[in-house]
Design a protein around this ligand. Structure first.
Ligand code: SF4
Length: 280
């Protein structure tokens, strides 16, 4: 009998790490909707359209209570999944087998309904809104034409934030973008397999382009301790964060830490009754 399931959409426990915990019986990982349906209602096939919210669904929520604690009237929405990058510290490459976008029309149908439900702002919560810049620009053009008055924010990758992308995002209602720079300097770039500041467009120029388009950027940097191989880049990270802040971005300096699922000497027990279900 299954007692304890993990449906792990984010940092929690990618298998096989989860089997470090004896109280975990099953892990549904990746795009887990079909695997969850197989558990709960065998024979039901989950389609992409089942992942879309309608006004009918929204009507089942007590939105006034939600808006009471969320005066910005913001909701999360997925316009895609996964990320085209493979940063060494990130859950995403191991969680999603590949990156994909949901159909633009489906995204528009949902956003277009939001004003009727009183929703004023959308956070596109997929890991990287700009996995496919051509697709993202097309979505932005359609959002601009929709003119429904809903503003939005997203996670985006620094190299894909070109001037034309930034401008079209601004016209489409984007007001904030969150971007993980993370690695600064050669040592950290190698350690984290991420080198976003290498492009020809300097960070301060990009910040200026974003703020000129009405988009407030937040840039995040990883601060590794001296004991970590990337620790030599600590000062570079702090200086880059300060430079970004002075140029007009919000900045986050995130300390690198070992998570409970990545103990350096953990041994994996072999006598557990574990079921790992991957999406089909
Ligand atoms: S760019 Fe961001 S989401 Fe993509 S793999 Fe790197 S850290 Fe993860």
């Amino acid at each position: 009998m299954t007692n304890s399931w993990f449906v792990a959409p984010l940092f929690v426990v990618p298998p096989p790490k989860a089997i470090l915990y004896p109280w975990v019986d099953a892990v549904l990982c990746g795009e887990g909707e079909q695997a969850l349906a197989d558990f709960l209602k065998p024979g039901v096939q989950i389609e992409d359209k089942d992942l879309q919210f309608s006004l009918e669904h929204l009507g089942e929520l007590h939105l006034p209570a939600y808006f009471h604690v969320n005066p910005r009237r913001m909701v999360n929405l997925e316009a895609g999944r996964g990320c085209i990058f493979r940063c060494a510290f990130c859950y995403s490459p191991g969680h999603y087998s590949s990156a994909r976008n949901f159909p633009i029309q489906k995204v528009l149908e949902q956003v277009g309904q939001f004003p009727k439900a009183g929703i004023a702002h959308v956070w596109f919560v997929e890991d990287n809104f700009l996995n496919n810049p051509s697709h993202a620009k097309e979505l932005c053009r359609e959002l601009e034409l929709l003119q429904c008055g809903v503003t939005w924010s997203c996670y985006a990758t620094f190299p894909q934030l070109s001037q034309d992308v930034i401008e079209i995002m601004g016209r489409a209602g984007c007001t904030e973008v969150f971007c993980g720079i993370d690695a600064v300097g050669t040592v950290a770039e190698r350690a984290f397999q991420k080198a976003f500041l290498r492009g020809s467009n300097p960070m301060t120029t990009k910040i200026h382009q974003l703020t000129s388009a009405g988009i407030k950027p937040t840039f995040a940097f990883l601060a590794a301790p001296p004991s970590h191989q990337a620790g030599a880049g600590f000062n570079d990270s702090v200086l880059a964060a300060l430079e970004a802040q002075v140029a007009g971005a919000n900045t986050l300096l995130n300390p690198l830490s070992l998570t409970p699922v990545r103990p350096p000497t953990a041994k994996v027990p072999t006598d557990l009754n574990l079921t790992v279900r991957w999406p089909k």
